[in-house]
Design a protein around this ligand. Structure first.
Ligand SMILES: C[S@@+](CC[C@H](N)C(=O)[O-])C[C@H]1O[C@@H](n2cnc3c(N)ncnc32)[C@H](O)[C@@H]1O
Length: 449
């Protein structure tokens, strides 16, 4: 710890509150936001400006080791302690497993955090004893517990089984990759300059980066968006290189009428508007708060200066509430389990329930059927999900094709029968074809006959 770091005890305490909410079913980001608000309300002095970031790092680190931490607790603690004490132990164990601080400092600060709260004060000695015991036994216990698939892959059993079914040859590699830190990938706005020119600009600023797709640049070290050169001016946007494929596959031309059906936070909306002139776009998002983020992105990138964009807060499956006429291009970036982006959201496998997969597949089918009649003859519809499960990908596409005889799969380069399964990958530099560093997606594209 150095003088200007936030106090580790406070960060552990906030992360522990978030962990407890996560294990009660809240998403980690929501849980963290509530935990920091609660901590601020109970603290008379202003919070350290980087406390929230430090707590987020601790909570995310623990979530990336959730199964191991819970298995370790099972070995180290004979009777389940109070959930508040368990949560503090969990986030402290996360710090011991992925060392960010000296282990003696983690133990010391976790005990300090225990002493500062009414609910945990009496357990401070217990926290000390468990963490010291953990330090002694960690190497042996870790290698023993890693033999359990749920620990090795940090996912529930049903999740591993579904992935094995979808990707029998690659599931282990996908699950391992998904435990790593997510890459920060940018999309270069070609209206403002070339990828080569942007890479030169980064080099000039001493920022290491690699091209990983036609418009995609991976920054080797993460940066806050405010520090990304040209971000505020819309020269680049943050978007995974796999997600960037959507607009490349749609091939929009100047003046087309386009529907972006599930649009927030607007990554594809902005990309579409960058890809051609004078598009007429209906952009639909069901969640009002998330729709706000589309507006922010449109403002930052000045997308409305070269496209007519109408933003609707509506259910995309009820076109009578937003559509006036038919479209030449439709993109449906459907709600899904998000099983392809676990690197970014390590809480996902622990929040979903097995029944969610079928329920989401039903929502996706309903959206597809509602949107298909809105497509003009010879128009294209792209279905995309950031999922690697078969039910949301190939099986969804099979069922759609069986219901719609006028849907012709478009076999674009790199696709088979109009489909592309893109498991997450972290390769080297890109030269041509599919991107080399990306999250997991499924794409299907159809033309109306
Ligand atoms: C995968 S995200 C879309 C990401 C976005 N296309 C992008 O590239 O930034 C799915 C979005 O669909 C929205 N959504 C879910 N059901 C919807 C519905 N029936 N109609 C419209 N939007 C919906 C969700 O709120 C969420 O913002």
């Amino acid at each position: 710890m150095n003088g200007d770091s936030p106090p580790l005890a406070a960060a552990l305490q906030v992360a522990a509150t978030a962990w407890r909410r996560l294990r009660e079913g809240a998403s980690l980001d929501r849980a963290l936001a509530a935990a920091i608000d609660g901590f601020a309300a109970a603290t008379p002095t202003p919070l350290h400006p980087r406390l929230a970031a430090a707590a987020k790092d601790i909570a995310y680190t623990a979530t990336r080791h959730l199964a191991l931490i819970e298995a370790l607790l099972g070995k180290l603690v004979h009777r389940a302690p109070d959930p508040t004490v368990s949560a503090l132990l969990a986030v402290a164990l996360g710090q011991l497993l992925a060392p960010r601080h000296e282990s003696y400092a983690v133990v010391d600060q976790a005990v300090h955090a225990a002493k500062t709260q009414d609910e945990t004060r009496a357990a401070a000695g217990f926290v000390n004893a468990v963490l010291r015991n953990a330090l002694r036994r960690l190497p042996a216990l870790r290698s023993e517990l890693q033999r359990q698939p749920t620990v090795a892959f940090n996912s529930p059993r049903w999740w591993i089984d579904l992935l094995r079914e979808a990707e029998p040859a690659h599931f282990a590699r996908i699950l391992q990759l998904q435990q790593q830190l997510p890459p920060l990938v940018l999309r270069v706005n070609r209206r403002h300059g070339s990828v080569e020119a942007y890479l030169r600009r980064l080099r000039g600023d001493g920022i290491e980066a690699t091209r990983v797709g036609p418009d995609a640049v991976w920054l080797h070290a993460p940066l806050p968006v405010a520090d990304i050169p040209g971000f505020g001016a819309g020269d680049v946007s943050v978007q995974d290189a796999g997600a960037q494929l959507a607009v490349q596959l749609l091939q929009v031309a100047d003046g087309m009428r386009v529907l972006d059906a599930c649009a927030a936070p607007g990554g594809k909306t902005v990309h579409l508007a960058e890809a051609a002139d004078d598009l007429v776009m209906d952009v639909v998002e069901a969640d009002r708060a998330r729709a706000e983020r589309i507006e922010e992105n449109l403002r930052r990138t000045q997308a409305r200066s070269h496209a007519l964009i109408r933003l609707h807060v509506a259910d995309a499956a009820r076109p009578e509430n937003y559509a006036d006429g038919r479209y030449q291009r439709i993109v449906l970036d459907a709600p899904c389990t998000a099983s392809g982006i676990v690197r970014r959201h390590p809480d996902i496998p622990w929040l979903r329930r097995p029944a969610d997969v079928a329920q989401l597949a039903t929502v996706q089918a309903r959206l597809l059927d509602a949107l298909w009649p809105l497509l003009e003859p010879a128009g294209r519809l792209l279905y995309v999900v950031c999922s690697v499960f078969a039910e949301e990908g190939p099986r969804q596409a099979d069922a759609f094709a069986a219901r719609h005889a006028d849907a012709r799969p478009l076999s674009l380069p790199g696709m088979q029968s109009g489909r592309l399964r893109l498991p997450p990958a972290h390769g080297g530099a890109w030269s041509e074809g599919l991107p080399s560093v990306h999250d997991g997606f499924f794409f299907a594209i159809y033309e109306k006959t």
